[in-house]
Design a protein around this ligand. Structure first.
Ligand SMILES: [Zn+2]
Length: 640
């Protein structure tokens, strides 16, 4: 008998002895990090409300109880009884029964009402019908990404359960080594921005954190071929952790599956969905630019299939000697600071991923409170000594000025913006400004992936800033549903109509004017001297956006198909409003460390250009007397 089977056997005996004698245990299995207990008496289990919680804390495991398939009532009968238990206001839109596991997935507009106080309604459901309910939110704005991901996972349910069972046995395998060490190897994003990737290793376990591309330098991928990573085979990696969905962190994760990786990806649920959206777009862009993509869409589906979503704050066993906890990073939807507890109190490491320290309109500020942490791996995008950002309030004031001046001229405001994050932030600023009368009411047209990204934001209000979350919970106050927002879904014809109409605001991708519908908007509006092209985000070196900012007014436009490169003369006003950023500035990064509880002994400054990482590293050393480093790629640090 394998050690895992022995362990499960012992657990079954222990659980049986803990339970009242009238509750039977028919099977005990690992599924990913969870222990699944099958019983022939699900109703009795549910009646004793605290039983599962008591078991979980006694065994120090995450426990799910499921009914033995042959004691289940028929879905047809169960459906009626379930609907009778759930309040009508919950807005149930779908019930999906899975007889093999005894689970019923309930999709509802108001999941909180299906759950009930401390899960009371869920327990009522099991008491009535025996099925184990699982609740998901009906997206308030229809999202093809969310529904595609959910349908795909439904379709692949059997295979997914096999994956989870395999991962579960891996996590709970017997520790083989008596040796003790903790190492971090840098595979990318050191003294550069892009291709984020690290390996965290112990004698027992190897964990890959992020695997991104380098924008503008397609060939430069993380150093995955070293022995610590894939050099010894993809099976060498136990788990992949994704801090957030931006492509410089996520783009090459599907490539791991092409190389034979078959293990789990741990991340938040919104990051899983955004990752799918952005990776598919990444393949699309590569195809349009005539580049051979490094993997195909099948590998994106593999990545989604292998994702084990975690909520902020859940302490999760991901290896025999490693516990992972994700915390809000304040950067984009679902972004996480990742905390690893290694061994039994041996060592603790936190990776910041990308962070925003202060609250923004969209997110609460990054969490920097941990039970213990000895080493912090910290992003340094704006770590340079002069990297201070304009105050957000000043930025918003300037944006409103630009809008008002343009409106008074009868012009239109064209804003290039990233689909994920910046666009939703702009929507919140504009919605409030119109509501309070700071700017006149006018239509706001959203083009490109912006609407889809907004729909994903609305699906996961728990991941948004408190007050925004509460507004979305009350449908009539959901700011993203305000009537001035119009989703451009009619293509070129609709754009022309908008261009021929009155004053309005257009938010469109791509954020750095590198293709996408923004090019079409430039063709329509570029010649209008009364209109304003307004930059609200960073324009990287070498992008068309940067060149326009620098005064270029002859814009190459590709009237596709005719083979001629045309040029457009830009007559629009060009304005730049700084200060909107998903990243902490220098002050924010210092504050993150200064107020961190507990303060780490060592800090590795990464994810910034050479001078930024070195500036930040030396400042933290001088100000807080900690050991700091600005490593290069391919360095290894040993901590224990
Ligand atoms: Zn990012």
């Amino acid at each position: 008998m394998s050690s895992v089977d022995q362990q499960l056997d012992d657990l079954r005996t222990e659980i049986t002895s803990e339970l009242p004698s009238d509750i039977s245990v028919s099977d005990v299995k690992y599924e990913g990090p969870e222990l699944v207990v099958y019983t022939r008496d699900p109703k009795k289990f549910a009646q004793k409300g605290d039983l599962i919680r008591q078991l979980a804390s006694k065994l120090r495991k995450r426990i799910t109880v499921r009914p033995d398939p042959d004691v289940l009532s028929k879905p047809r009968d169960a459906r009626e009884e379930i609907m009778a238990v759930i309040p009508d206001d919950a807005g149930v839109t779908d019930l999906d029964f899975h007889a093999d596991t005894g689970e019923v997935v309930i999709e509802a507009e108001k999941p909180g009402m299906v759950i009930g106080r401390h899960g009371s309604t869920l327990r009522d459901i099991t008491q009535k019908v025996g099925w184990t309910p699982e609740v998901v939110r009906t997206p308030p704005i229809e999202s093809s990404t969310v529904s595609n991901v959910r349908n795909f996972l439904k379709q692949e349910r059997d295979e997914r359960r096999d994956i989870l069972e395999k991962v579960g046995r891996q996590i709970h395998r017997e520790e083989m080594s008596d040796d003790e060490y903790v190492r971090i190897t840098t595979l990318g994003c050191c003294r550069e921005v892009g291709r984020a990737s690290f390996i965290l290793s112990t004698p027992e376990t190897r964990i890959l954190i992020d695997c991104g591309d380098k924008p503008g330098a397609e060939g430069e991928v993380p150093y995955l071929q070293v022995p610590e990573a894939l050099g010894a085979g993809a099976q060498n990696i136990d788990a992949v952790i994704l801090t957030h969905a931006h492509l410089d962190h996520s783009a090459l994760i599907p490539l791991l599956f092409k190389y034979g990786y078959d293990g789990p990806i741990y991340t938040t649920e919104p990051t899983r969905d955004l990752m799918g959206l952005l990776q598919l777009d990444y393949l699309d862009v590569a195809a349009k630019e005539g580049r051979a993509p490094p993997y195909d869409s099948e590998m994106v589906r593999e990545a989604i299939k292998h994702t084990i979503p975690l909520e902020y704050g859940d302490v999760t066993d991901i290896a025999p000697d490693v516990k992972l906890t994700l915390h809000n990073a304040g950067h984009i939807l679902g972004s996480a600071v990742t905390h690893f507890h290694i061994g039994d109190g041996l060592y603790n490491v936190a990776f910041s991923g990308d962070i925003h320290y202060d609250d923004t309109r969209l997110f609460n500020g990054a969490v920097n409170d941990f039970p213990r942490v000895e080493t912090l791996v910290l992003e340094s995008t704006y770590g340079g000594r002069n990297d201070y950002q304009t105050d957000q309030e000043d930025s918003e004031r300037k944006l409103k000025e630009v809008i008002n001046q343009t409106y008074d001229r009868d012009g239109k405001i064209l804003i290039p913006a990233f689909a994920v994050g910046r666009s939703q932030e702009m929507m919140l600023v504009l919605e409030e400004a119109m509501r309070t009368g700071d700017i006149p009411e006018m239509p706001v047209h959203l083009d490109g992936m912006i609407w889809e990204a907004t729909a994903i934001h609305s699906t996961y209000p728990e991941y948004l800033r408190d007050d925004l979350r509460d507004r979305i919970f009350h449908d009539d106050e959901n700011p993203f549903l305000a009537e001035q927002f119009n989703h451009i879904d009619g293509g070129e014809e609709e754009r022309r109509e908008v261009a021929d109409g009155g004053p309005c605001i257009v938010l469109s991708t791509s954020g750095m004017v590198e293709g996408g519908p923004i090019m079409s908007w430039l063709r329509h509006l570029g010649g209008e001297a009364d209109s304003t092209l307004t930059f609200v985000g960073y324009q990287a070196q070498g992008t068309l956006g940067r060149r326009i900012q620098n005064g270029w007014d002859e814009i190459p436009v590709d009237d596709r198909g005719n083979g001629r490169g045309n040029t457009l003369t830009l007559d629009m006003e060009v304005e730049t409003v700084d200060g909107f950023s998903g990243h902490a500035d220098r002050q924010g990064l210092e504050n993150f460390v200064k107020t961190m509880n507990p303060r780490p002994e060592k800090v590795l400054c990464v994810h910034g250009d050479e001078s930024s990482t070195q500036d930040l590293s030396s400042a933290l050393y001088h100000d807080y007397n900690m050991r700091t480093f600005a490593p290069k790629n391919l360095e290894t640090f040993r901590f224990v």
